[in-house]
Design a protein around this ligand. Structure first.
Ligand code: FAD
Length: 488
């Protein structure tokens, strides 16, 4: 029986800065590349077709690049272990190389089972660290230094021409849903997957867009252009954080003074990216429970009609509705608007964060469990590591960041003919104004489902008093010890 190695592509869909690939090539053994669309993962409520389409585009690009090396990625719509069992009927597998994954319970359980499977079958499973996320940490002391060291490590050159390949007939896998990606093309308006697009976005950012990065970061319209838009490429691994970090550092040296501050800001966000995933890696129960149990209990009752109004952008609060309709359509929203949507759901509507977490995950093209769950809990005020409860007033946000109601009118065409001040606060319209603008509040656009200021005050009060009990204070301390880095 021939001995082979396997590279299992996961959320690392690139052919550069890829340690598992590098190690497999160095091993000198013939190597098979695999990727799985796992039914158990596809079925998660956090995932949607737009994610899988992005992955398919990323894989199509990899297949094209591998053509000249006479190999390909075998892409399955199948659970993992049955395919490995099939491969074992004709090959001896020496090692499986992959990146570590900080995913949801389903992928964690799959990895535990896969580790047992490898042990039983005498296969080495060699997992490499993904970006700056360290496995097995008990606290965060020294983590930032480790992160910087990891980012500065030289990028290993992948020499694909040295790869020893093997050809397996597709017919060998005939009962295992092997996908032919050539036939899968979907037309859409979302960001397209693949390393080429990742680099295009990044270069466009450092060449020009970064100039207004800091100035426009919170503006719902302008940020779509001035932010890097690199997030889905990092989520699916079309580019590594290290590649982005080193590229930006190099570019910074060539760029004039006006770019230095925005790019410094951008760099710190790369650090946040790993910081949040690290938190989830160390406390993955966050997928189901609030990190701070006492604060998590403050809101329990779900009102489905309110959650539905939030999901469909029909709450009667224009900036909230515009943001939701925009993300439902385009898969993207800047940080502040994401935070405001969660704040509205959990504070103004007093819904538990669990009621909305999957909906937004499905919409965000960059859905990354580690960041998403942490951010959701943070904005809902149930993390315990921040003493402040962030409650965003959507009207104030509109006046500050969309003062001409350009974003609001783009996504809520029913408000287009209103003057700006009424498009931002349509509930203030008098009968005379409704007549004048041929607009019927409650028919053409909903009346607000809650009163913004009263509901915010009530939520803050509830959270604040819950946080003052002895049990709550002890929980807060435990979380600070575990998740906050003590600097030397
Ligand atoms: C409720 C909520 C859910 C979120 N869910 C996700 C998610 O699933 N996936 C995701 O990548 N980001 C998430 N974010 C963080 C942030 O909004 C996005 O990373 C950012 O908007 C992506 O746009 P960009 O690439 O243009 O960002 P830029 O501002 O250009 O930043 C560059 C990169 O830094 C990282 N980054 C930026 N801001 C943050 C942040 N606040 N926290 C962590 N990393 C950050 C991202 O990787 C981003 O691509 C969430 C934020 C909130 C409030």
């Amino acid at each position: 029986m021939q001995t082979i190695n396997i590279v299992w592509f996961k959320k690392d869909l690139r052919l550069h800065d890829h340690l598992p690939l590098y190690q497999a090539i160095e091993s000198g053994l013939p190597t098979l590349f695999l990727f799985f669309f796992e039914p158990s993962v596809i079925a998660l409520p956090e995932h949607s077709a737009r994610h899988w389409n992005f992955v398919k585009e990323s894989l199509q690009e990899i297949q094209k690049m591998l053509l000249s090396f006479h190999t390909k990625v075998y892409v399955f719509e199948n659970e993992v272990i049955p395919v490995f069992e099939k491969i074992l009927t004709i090959y001896k597998i020496n090692a499986v190389y992959s990146h570590q994954e900080t995913g949801q319970q389903v992928t964690f359980d799959r990895d535990k089972n896969f580790a047992k499977f490898c042990k039983y079958n005498g296969i080495q499973w060699i997992e490499s660290q993904r970006d700056g996320v360290v496995r097995g940490l008990k606290n965060r002391n020294g983590w930032s230094e480790q992160w910087t060291a990891m980012m500065q490590e030289p990028i290993k050159k992948i020499e694909l021409h040295k790869l020893k390949t093997i050809q397996v007939e597709d017919s060998f896998f005939e009962n295992y849903h092997l996908l032919n990606l050539d036939k899968q093309v979907v037309k859409h308006q979302l960001q397209k997957g693949g390393a080429c697009f990742a680099w295009r976005y990044l270069q466009g950012f450092t060449e020009e867009r970064a100039l207004s990065y800091t100035k426009h970061i919170s503006k719902p319209t302008e940020s779509r252009k001035s932010c890097s838009r690199i997030s889905p490429y990092l989520t699916w691994g079309n580019i590594s954080i290290r590649q982005v970090y080193q590229f930006v550092l190099e570019e910074k040296q060539k760029l004039p003074f006006s770019y230095q501050f925005p790019l410094k800001n951008f760099e710190s966000r790369l650090h946040w990216h790993c910081h949040f995933i690290q938190r989830f890696e160390m406390d993955c129960s966050m997928e189901f429970q609030s990190l701070h149990p006492t604060l998590g209990k403050v809101r329990q009752e779900v009102r489905p009609e309110w959650v539905n109004a939030w999901e469909t952008g029909t709450t009667g609060i224009p900036l909230i509705d515009a943001c939701m309709r925009c993300v439902n359509e385009t898969g993207y929203l800047n940080f502040r608007m994401r935070a405001m949507l969660v704040s509205f759901l959990t504070h103004h509507l007093l819904q538990p964060w669990q009621a909305g977490v999957a909906h937004l995950a499905r919409q965000f093209l960059d859905y990354e469990a580690g960041i998403h769950y942490c951010q959701f809990q943070m904005q809902a005020g149930v993390m315990g590591t921040s003493s402040r409860f962030r409650v965003y007033n959507p009207t104030k946000q509109a006046l500050e960041h969309d003062p001409e109601a350009i974003f609001i009118k783009q996504w809520l065409p029913e408000l287009q003919s209103l003057p700006t001040y009424l498009a931002i606060e349509p509930w203030k319209m008098t009968h005379l104004e409704q007549h004048l603008y041929k607009f019927r509040l409650g028919l053409d656009y909903p009346k607000p489902i809650v009163e913004v200021e009263d509901s915010a005050r009530e939520a803050k009060q509830l959270l604040f008093s819950a946080s003052k009990t002895e049990i709550a204070k002890n929980e807060t301390q435990r979380l600070l010890d575990k998740h906050v880095e003590r600097r030397k």
